[in-house]
Design a protein around this ligand. Sequence first.
Ligand code: MRU
Length: 358
Amino acid sequence: MRTIEWDHASCQVKMIDQRLLPGELRILRLNTPGEIEHAIRTMAVRGAPAIGAAAAFGLALAGYRSDARSPTEWKAELLAAAEKLQTSRPTAVNLSWGLQRVLRSLDGAPGTIDELRRVVLQEAQKLADEDVEINRRMAMHGSELLKDGDTVIHHCNTGALATVDWGTALGVIRMTHEQGKRIHVLVDETRPRLQGARLTAWELQQYGISFDVISDNAAGHFLQRGAVQCVLFGGDRMAANGDVANKIGSYMLALAANDNQVPVYSVVPTSTIDLNLAHGGLIPIEERPPEEVLGLQVDSQPVFPSGVSARNPAFDVTPARLLSGIITEAGVLRPPYEPALRNAVMACQPRNQHRGNL
Ligand code: MRU
């Protein structure tokens, strides 16, 4: 199944519970926008495009569960649900992008509540289907950059699980493998939530792609030894100048790669590009609970002395100057990024190029 999908028979959203992987593959069935908000907040669903699709389907649920008596009341309920969903995670711009896209589908849509419900569901479904298609296109563009025998460092999880299906950076790796090129992946385990160790390793095993998990702090060593030909990661929000917020640790990885002249690519659909923000310093960075850092155990023993505090920023910003290119569905963009990103967004999302928050 897809990471997230609408179940027409029950009018529910089905999603893989990513908190339980790789130990258990459990499918959640969600009934309300509140349940979707909780799933995003607690990271049952995570990854920028998957969050965008979840939010869009959350609005469809709001529409179906509403017992409003007039279209005006119904639309007000939908807007309230969107405002609530918007607060679930702050960094990935795909969240507000998905919400706005669905809300915009109602512009000028006449009709009964039943007809409006169908409009919203159709738009959410279209967004989800397009996500898969866009990821395949990015994978095709990106695969041209990788050669037979290459070793790639990959950060976090950017695969099918982080999207509706297929993936962004991991999609590039998967496509390259499917083209018959031999490729080896060094999988950053990705402290503190271990998306690399838990999710990327799980996906790569299923695709039959050769890999080794490495601790995040081993990446510099492999880059310095000349063992790596390319660094690939995704993005949660890219500013107009190409600075990109991605999973914490991406910045250090990009620095080490640049010091060793290894190319670094961020793989982002145009839905992740926020032209309203001039540079990465303006991107809101989510700070998650310290327990995610402090929960680590070694030999069944807690690692940290009791009473210590921790900081847990979930993302960092890699400056555009450290990127060798940006892989989008419009192709591989090269510097200067500002006009290239603007053109890509205009070409791929002519209705969405000037969006802000809700
Ligand atoms: O905190 P997460 O797991 O939602 O973070 C995910 C990432 O940082 C991914 O690299 C990003 O969403 C892009 S991949 C589709």
